[in-house]
Design a protein around this ligand. Structure first.
Ligand SMILES: NC(=O)c1ccc[n+]([C@@H]2O[C@H](COP(=O)([O-])OP(=O)(O)OC[C@H]3O[C@@H](n4cnc5c(N)ncnc54)[C@H](OP(=O)(O)O)[C@@H]3O)[C@@H](O)[C@H]2O)c1
Length: 294
């Protein structure tokens, strides 16, 4: 019989190759071992969870934890549900979900602008490139905080459908619009309070031309740290900097620092919690807001 309990993290991801990003962070958060499983489905998760919870006895289950990740948020959410359903006291271990880092990244982005603006209720928010995982979660969070949201995409039919789905899911006001060119972006962005760019890494979503048409007082933020950044003249380290007259912005590293702290706190919580805990984007938002108000 072992005398010392090791803290083990089971990393269940929908991707074939589990991301080293989350594995490295988990070791830094104090787990003794991180055991990655790629290509996880709901069926596989149900089998894995049984072996994770029963193998360490009733008192040992809490020394194991589960991280659910991957590039398919919907599947990751179904895996989370399956995992919860397959546990019962005292055979429960704490969990967190952060598919492709999208929850913690979107949370850090939204929490930073929420703080900068003194709340997002009643604000108009545009999310160019918002059809990816980070943009979809950011749109959902902004709507839940009371903003009117438009998601911009190069694909009109897809983004209109996404807007409808997210509006139904949140009960908020989220609309998909075409933003394929500068000319297509300008009319949508002229009267918004906030622009959050969540486009693919290395793609400039807001050009100099578009930036110059924005109303003074418009606030911009970007999560793309790969050059060029998502917004012309915005550097990754900028944090509330005036980048052109009347326009202030927050860059990807200023957001990334908060994302890192939030993910680290979530990992430490599921490692040390005595109580069964499941942490998602809502828990992440609470952590981010508390950290920003400290
Ligand atoms: N700071 C951090 O810690 C952190 C963590 C995770 C991710 N990120 C960053 O967050 C951003 C979003 O990540 P994600 O995974 O959600 O993004 P993604 O899925 O790779 O891309 C988001 C959207 O960008 C649009 N897009 C792709 N190529 C484009 C092009 N050539 N021109 C214009 N639009 C284009 C696509 O929208 P349409 O096809 O609908 O137009 C796509 O759905 C990335 O820049 C990523 O690097 C940062």
């Amino acid at each position: 019989m072992a005398t010392e309990r090791k803290h083990l993290l089971y990393f269940l991801t929908t991707e074939a190759h589990p991301s080293p990003f989350d594995i490295n962070m988990a070791y830094d958060a104090g787990f003794h071992a991180v055991i990655p499983y790629g290509g996880v489905t709901e069926e596989i998760a149900a089998l894995l969870v049984q072996d994770i919870i029963f193998s360490r006895g009733p008192k040992g289950a809490k020394f194991s934890a589960i991280f659910i990740g991957g590039n398919d948020e919907d599947l990751a959410e179904r895996i989370r549900e399956t995992a919860v359903k397959n546990m019962f006291p005292p055979f429960q271990c704490s969990m967190m979900i952060d598919p492709k880092g999208a929850y913690t990244t979107a949370v850090a982005l939204v929490a930073k602008v929420d703080k900068a603006f003194g709340g997002l209720k009643g604000k108009k928010v545009a999310i160019p490139g918002g059809t990816g995982p980070v943009g979809r979660v950011a749109a959902t969070l902004c709507a839940k905080l009371g903003s009117e949201v438009i998601i911009g995409s190069r694909r009109l039919a897809e983004v209109e459908k996404l807007g409808q789905q997210l509006s139904e899911r949140t009960g908020g006001d989220i609309r998909g619009v075409l933003m394929a060119t500068d000319e297509g972006k300008i009319p949508h962005l002229r009267d918004v309070n906030l622009i959050l760019t969540t486009g693919k890494a290395g793609i400039e979503m807001i050009s100099e031309t578009v930036l110059k048409t924005l109303r003074p007082g418009t606030f911009v933020a970007d999560v793309n740290a790969v050059p060029p950044t998502g917004i012309y003249a915005l550097s990754v380290d900028d944090d509330m900097k005036e980048i052109v007259p009347g326009i202030r912005g927050i860059g990807a590293l200023a957001i990334g620092v908060l994302k890192y702290d939030v993910e680290m706190e979530m990992l430490e919580t599921i490692r040390t919690s005595d109580k069964f805990t499941v942490l998602d984007e809502n828990a992440a938002l609470e952590i981010a807001r508390r950290r920003l108000s400290a």
